[in-house]
Design a protein around this ligand. Sequence first.
Ligand SMILES: [Zn+2]
Ligand SMILES: [Zn+2]
Length: 378
Amino acid sequence: MAFSMNDLSDETVFRRLACRPDFIDDAVISSAKLPARVTFKKLQSRIRRPLGQLHSLPLELLHEALPYLDIRSLWSLARTCRRGKIVVEALPMFRDLVKSVGYTFAILRDAKILGMHSLMKLHAVLHSDRCVSCGAYGCFIFLLSAERCCFECQVVNPSLCVISVPVAGDCFGLKKSQLKSLPIMWSIPGAYDLFKSKSRQLSMRLVSLKAAKDLAVKVHGSLDALESKFPLDPETRNVKIAMFETYRKAYSPPIASDPLTCPYWTASGLRNLAPPSAIFGGMGVMPFPCLYKGRIEHGQCCSGCWYLSRTTIQQNNHLWDLLIPAGCLNSAPGYCTAEEYLIKLSCRAWSHVGLVEHGRECPFAATFMSQPGHWDPI
Ligand SMILES: [Zn+2]
Ligand SMILES: [Zn+2]
């Protein structure tokens, strides 16, 4: 009898299709070895002194006001005295963050951006599930702007990429004093890029590629003016000059564009080089689950898409045409190639409900699930 997805319950569809390949988490800041709980080191919890001017305020009012503070301020408040710790730990938004993404505090501390975002902002991101760039489900956060994003967009969208401060200065002709106006984070030492191929043990200052580019336009008047003042020698085809050209011409996908069909590379003809995210890719992004109806959702990929897109790339078989939308098979600059499309398709994460809905429609899910035995994603 033919296998039918309609015979399966939602839970069965989810359980049999859900996979979270290491591949996508290996490319971003790792949260694996970080504490999931917050500890206020050197906490002055035994000190019974009052909470200063805040002491007389009712708890309800504190709960209303304190979420507007950034994490560093809350941290300081919690370490002031026992009542401060009790008040901060009792904040519903704080409790949600600790329960769902407790490692976030350690990463913000190590990146030296504890004071960059308010508790309210981070909590709003926790309760959202849409990628700021494409509107699809996103299971990561871009730290410099505290915006939720998906795996594909953090690769293709320059506004979700970071570059080092010295590179931003050299590439966009910006002085140190000008660069100071940009939000800056310190990188977290570790291995980055797909398959952990890029080891970054030294911490460096990072800025958003898009923010640096926008600042260059503001300082120089336009990108053409930047080009006139700081021309890139076309005869010098070394990696540094090529990357600068990529950064300057980085293609910015419009909001709501589909990252699956966005090209990795710029429209500048530098197709054989790297995407804008290649050098510092993933160093400004970390996993950030959603809190949906009290359930923590980390985002799961579809095993059918993952398996069949990979085997299609390897075998170049007949599924190639079925998988890729018309118009994508284009090797010209500015277009997404078939291989890029398939790689990104295999990395797309879904919410719990989204994966079930996708799984019932996915042309590869039934094929995957009807195979004998189980294929384990890497
Ligand atoms: Zn996206
Ligand atoms: Zn699928």
